[in-house]
Design a protein around this ligand. Structure first.
Ligand SMILES: Cc1cc2nc3c(=O)[nH]c(=O)nc-3n(C[C@H](O)[C@H](O)[C@H](O)COP(=O)(O)OP(=O)(O)OC[C@H]3O[C@@H](n4cnc5c(N)ncnc54)[C@H](O)[C@@H]3O)c2cc1C
Length: 383
């Protein structure tokens, strides 16, 4: 039966299109972007020119209106060559889903058309002292006449300095009975008075994607830049993650796929003991395990993305499961890839050490894999 439990033609055509673009415009720069820890400008230009930088933006706002599985395919295919570049479509989605879920029509119309045209968005939830424990954040926003005034610092903000718009969660009611209910979400523009970005973090991987603190010093924004009602910001921020954890899973699947393909090519070429090392059954079994895990992770990621899009009640569990399984898979597969390359794998002459360094972050951001297990266990025990 055609079409039974498989991606449709449109998704496969999209994969072919984005893969061709990545091979031509993004892959050739991936090593240099990592080596020089520079923003992948070539990737941004190519993705924007092909309307692949934020495919999830609805057509009403000038976007592609692509579904959640399509967004995952784009991110996966970019990550297969360059994880840093895959954070352009991934974080454009992360920064804008809070608006799509909760913002007024006016605010959506103010922000989303620019993103559809190529501006970038970031998502600012974390602080130095409020990482896994998001509700303990200290950044404050107070209403002053027809403006909100923000003060504080957000940490670890992906693509900060490159983005035009920042979705920022801040405390508006410090006396709320539950701290989580005293947090609101706002959209801040890079040129708003009192907004600034800090220096780039020096990181293990995803070196082409800038990660910075962002500072608010009496940062003043119009009153209508609040996303939804006061006090709903953390709910919106966490609901967003149900939609975007699958995209981190997609990034992880892409990194793992890239490492698997590089490994297959290498073991066929490399000779020891008078034959290709691909002939050693010990290595064949490693490859089989790598391929098996990547395939399983990919299915889980697409299922999670689809569940989030459908509003399935089990979407939160599956989003966490997909992110965790795929990121653990990426770490295992890339580590095994380095092993299959032997000494060569440990050098920058081959891409697998970069992929291993890039894979690590997928186990940490958008909630560590420990926090994902907390989320999953809570769901299971609730029944
Ligand atoms: C490169 C990079 C990019 C990032 N991008 C963004 C971004 O764009 N926007 C944004 O808002 N944030 C971003 N983050 C922040 C990221 O989401 C946090 O680093 C992450 O949520 C963990 O918080 P933390 O670093 O404070 O670790 P901590 O919360 O201090 O955790 C330390 C350790 O304790 C464990 N732990 C904590 N609580 C529990 C618990 N209850 N049970 C079991 N174990 C626990 C954690 O799993 C971890 O192993 C980024 C981080 C990095 C490194």
């Amino acid at each position: 039966m055609t079409g039974l439990y498989q991606l449709g033609e449109e998704h496969e055509e999209l994969r072919a299109a984005i893969r061709a673009l990545v091979d031509k415009e993004i892959a050739p720069h991936a090593a240099a972007v990592d080596e020089d820890a520079r923003f992948p400008e070539e990737a941004r230009k190519a993705l924007v020119a092909a309307d692949m930088h934020a495919v999830h933006i609805p057509e009403f706002y000038g976007g592609q209106g692509a579904d959640a599985v399509a967004a995952c395919i784009v991110i996966e295919e970019v990550a297969r060559a360059c994880a840093s570049s895959s954070l352009i479509p991934a974080v454009n989605k992360l920064g804008t889903v809070p608006l799509l879920l909760s913002a007024s029509e006016e605010l959506k119309s103010q922000v989303l058309p620019g993103i559809a045209k190529g501006e970038m968005a970031s998502y600012a939830l974390s602080e130095r002292e409020a990482g896994s424990d998001t509700a303990s954040m200290r950044t404050r926003a107070r209403l002053d006449g027809d403006h909100w005034v923000l003060n504080g610092t957000k940490a670890w903000i992906t693509n900060a300095g490159e983005s035009t718009w920042y979705t920022v969660m801040a405390v508006t009611d410090p006396n709320a009975a539950k701290p989580a209910n005293g947090i609101s979400a706002f959209v801040v523009h890079k040129d708003d008075p009192g907004f600034s970005v800090g220096p780039k973090e020096r990181k293990l991987g995803i070196k082409g994607s800038p990660t910075r603190e962002i500072h608010f010093e009496d940062c003043t924004i119009p009153a209508d830049r609040i996303v939804g009602e006061p006090g709903t910001g953390l709910k919106t921020a966490l609901a967003t993650l149900d939609h975007t954890r699958p995209t981190i899973g997609a990034q992880a699947v892409g990194i793992a796929q890239g490492a698997l393909e590089a490994s297959i090519a290498y073991v066929k070429e490399r000779k020891q003991f008078g034959k290709a090392i691909a002939e050693f059954q010990g290595l064949q079994f490693m490859l089989a395990d790598m391929g098996m895990k990547v395939e399983a992770a990919r299915h889980l990621v697409y299922a999670a993305a689809a569940k989030a899009e459908r509003g399935d009640p089990g979407a939160g569990f599956t989003a966490s499961a997909a992110k965790t399984f795929a990121s653990d898979t990426a770490m295992q597969v890339t580590t095994d890839a380095v092993q299959l390359f032997g000494g060569a794998g440990y050098t920058r002459d081959f891409p697998v050490e970069r992929m291993m360094r890039d894979a690590k972050i997928t186990q940490i951001y958008e909630g560590t894999n420990q926090i994902q297990r907390v989320v999953m266990a809570r769901q299971l025990l609730k029944g």
